[in-house]
Design a protein around this ligand. Sequence first.
Ligand SMILES: [Zn+2]
Length: 222
Amino acid sequence: MFRPVWIVVVAGVVSIADARPQREQANNMPRGFTWPPSKTMTEAAKACEAKLDELGVTWHVAKREGHIVDAITLPDSQIGGITYTNVYDKRAVVMDCQLVLALATFAPHLYELGVREVRVGSVYRWSKVRAFGKTKDMLSRHALGLAMDVVSFVDDTGREAIVAKDYKQDDELLLSIEREINDSGTFRVVLTPKNDPISHHDHFHIEANPDYSEPVRDKPSS
Ligand SMILES: [Zn+2]
């Protein structure tokens, strides 16, 4: 009599847990992320491209790598008046549209702080999460083209604030950027020498946080 009831309860608990992914999922993927991309994700990509057009970002479709849903390059390397330069690679930066959109949304804040160039270590790479000196058994959002490692920021006077060297000197620009990114709610918490001194002593790790758990809906115009 009791045993079947107990099984039903357990099954119920499991299904509730599955239906409500945690903010920090064990697999580190965005909410609702599947591979290959679901219809919701494909629709989100189309909506993302339309928003980039609205924001005046010039973009091209790029070759998909890894699990990038919608690979994009920037022919003029510009997002909102800020230049994105690859430090270790002469090729244009390839990102998922959602990362470009998050950067485009955040661009006015970055511009206001005086930033004119972002020097990028890398965006796409097929890698696992590395934090606190340990590699975890979960795919990094770099493999999705959603995360960007930044080695330095150049301001409107031409000064380069280098994370590896200047962050520990309490560089005001770097600290302001960190604060603004976290206050904006546009990204996940930025990883810096402060919150991860071992694995992020020489770069900021900036990550877009799309939510694919809900179908794309047109926002009511206001
Ligand atoms: Zn990173």
